[in-house]
Design a protein around this ligand. Structure first.
Ligand code: HEC
Length: 106
């Protein structure tokens, strides 16, 4: 009896996992969320910073991508951003920019 309950549970967990990742799109979304988590420590959850660090939620993906690239190249000066964005590839910057552009400001 207990074994069959466990089997049902495992089957449900596996089935849910398959539903959540039906194609590459969902996988890419969660990768974007994971990459963006490193920004949220400073810019607030979903980029909705309530404090002195500028909020980034809901800004256009182009603005976010271009700003990160200018921090990376040194065209725009910052206290921490120049060092922080150097760790990301162009593709990762694109994913992060899209992620925050899709968050609502509030
Ligand atoms: C250690 C804290 C910290 C982390 C982590 C951090 N930021 Fe920042 N961010 C700042 C600060 C502070 C500024 C203001 C510019 C400066 O001093 O570097 C800023 C500025 C920005 C700006 C410019 C905002 C504007 O209105 O022009 C963008 C865009 C940005 N950050 C995006 C990101 C993204 C995306 C990540 C994650 C990859 C990230 N930041 C991670 C602290 C941080």
């Amino acid at each position: 009896m207990q074994t069959s309950i466990r089997l049902v549970t495992i089957t449900l967990v596996l089935a849910t996992g398959l539903v959540l990742v039906p194609d590459g799109r969902a996988e890419e979304l969660s990768r974007a969320a994971m990459l963006s988590a490193s920004c949220e420590g400073c810019h607030g959850t979903y980029g909705r910073s309530p404090g002195a660090i500028p909020p980034i939620a809901g800004k256009s993906a182009d603005y976010l991508r271009e700003t990160m690239e200018s921090f990376r190249s040194g065209d725009r000066e910052g206290t921490v951003m120049g060092r922080h964005v150097r760790g990301y590839t162009e593709e990762e910057i694109r994913l992060i920019a899209e992620y925050f552009s899709q968050q609502s400001e509030q």
